[in-house]
Write a protein that binds this ligand. Structure first.
Ligand code: ADP
Ligand code: ADP
Length: 221
């Protein structure tokens, strides 16, 4: 589903050059749940951003769902990303002055859909994460775990084949973290969604199919 070959990423500023990823090879199968661990600064977010087509590698190739993305133009890339990928972040990234339902509808605005279809899909996604009773709330009126569930609903509303999650439980206590993890496990098991998750939590990582450890931009396990 996701194939990375010899991925290198160099960040250059005027004075420093950082080799953030140093020859990553990775083949993630459809329906797989992979976790990525490693110390701060080892390249986890960089790797996830490259898989998510948010950032281009300095070297190497990427295939997603058997399509090479290397020659895609920005507009094509944005469309591809919108259709194939859902993103979840540690700090939720919700729009605070939009109600829950409107937050969840956002990814659908870039597709051909009617207001009614958007409403139906968003309602369905919120049911899946157990938040049907909060659709008119604003993010500030929700607990952290609830906000992350809204973010998951937004990530799945367009029915992406892949979810990329960057420390989705990092801001939550263990009870709420476990709730979020259970939702991700369900999406993986029931819908066959491929999931890649960066985490600092060994217990969460143990629940996934495979664990990749990064150190200093290289894969160590
Ligand atoms: P992690 O997610 O594992 O904490 P990152 O992928 O964020 O690591 O960062 C990997 C390395 O690349 C770090 O040394 C970091 O300082 C550097 N880095 C990340 N983003 C940038 C950037 N935009 N410009 C320059 N250096 C960066
Ligand atoms: P938690 O203990 O899980 O963090 P809170 O005690 O903050 O939850 O909130 C309990 C419930 O009340 C939550 O389900 C949340 O949706 C709701 N809630 C919290 N703050 C507000 C608010 N300002 N307006 C409306 N509902 C709220």
């Amino acid at each position: 589903m996701i194939q990375l070959q010899n991925i290198e990423k160099v960040y250059r500023t005027d004075t420093i050059q950082t080799l953030a990823l140093n020859g990553i090879n990775l083949d993630i199968e459809k329906g797989e749940f992979l976790s990525i661990m490693g110390p701060s600064g080892c390249g986890k977010s960089t790797l996830l951003n490259i898989m998510g087509l948010l950032d281009a590698p300095s070297k190497g190739s990427i295939r997603i769902d058997d399509q090479s993305t290397i020659n895609m133009k920005d507009k094509e890339l944005a469309k591809f990303r919108n259709q194939k990928l859902g993103f979840i972040f540690q700090s939720y990234h919700l729009i605070n002055d939009l109600q829950v339902l409107d937050n969840v509808e956002l990814p659908l605005l870039y597709r051909d859909s009617t207001a009614k279809q958007r409403r139906e899909l968003a309602t369905e996604a919120l049911e899946k994460v157990g938040l049907s009773n909060r659709i008119k709330h604003f993010p500030k009126q929700l607990s952290g775990g609830q906000r992350q569930r809204v973010a998951i609903a937004r990530a799945i509303v367009g029915r992406p084949e892949i979810i990329l999650a960057d420390e989705p439980t990092g801001n939550l206590d263990s009870a709420m973290g476990n709730e979020i993890m259970d939702i991700l496990l369900q999406l993986n098991r029931n819908d066959g969604t491929t999931i890649v998750m960066v985490t600092h939590d060994e217990n969460m990582a143990q629940k996934t199919h495979r664990l990749m450890r990064l150190f200093d931009g290289s894969q160590v396990q």
